[in-house]
Write a protein of this length. Structure first.
Length: 134
């Protein structure tokens, strides 16, 4: 498990769930594991890192033993790990983080209005269950 990167996401957000499905389909090297921020393990992982999720309304990428990333940094790190054409996303690192994060925050603030919200966290299919942390 220590060699897997962990993506924490808003489990009731349609945009976030679609993003997770997008990553799962393209994660050919089986790099990532997933957990909803609302889950017990999600809450435990953010508490261990003292991340205040009331101030960081974001996807969180945890690289165990190395670092964690939030907002646009998390999205760009994930894209880099997907390889292939997604490596081109590195060009966005030239944009200063505060500018990237302002755009990220704008989308995050409006995600429920634009993409909708579910009543409960996504339940992975039996084939995908192993990729999700309990």
């Amino acid at each position: 498990m220590e060699d897997k990167k962990i993506i924490l996401f808003d489990g009731v957000c349609n945009l976030c769930n679609n993003a997770v499905q997008f990553v799962i389909k393209r994660d050919k090297k089986d790099i990532f594991r997933y957990a909803a921020l609302q889950s017990d393990i999600g809450q435990e992982l953010v508490a261990q890192r003292q991340i205040d999720t009331s101030k960081i309304d974001s996807i969180i990428l945890i690289e165990p033993g190395v670092a964690y990333y939030t907002k646009s940094d998390a999205a760009l790190e994930i894209a880099q790990d997907l390889g292939g054409i997604w490596k081109l996303s590195a060009i966005f690192t030239w944009i200063p983080t505060p500018i990237r994060d302002r755009i990220y925050d704008f989308v995050a603030k409006n995600r429920y209005k634009w993409f909708g919200k579910q009543d409960a966290c996504m339940i992975p299919t039996p084939e995908l269950k192993a990729k999700f942390l309990d």
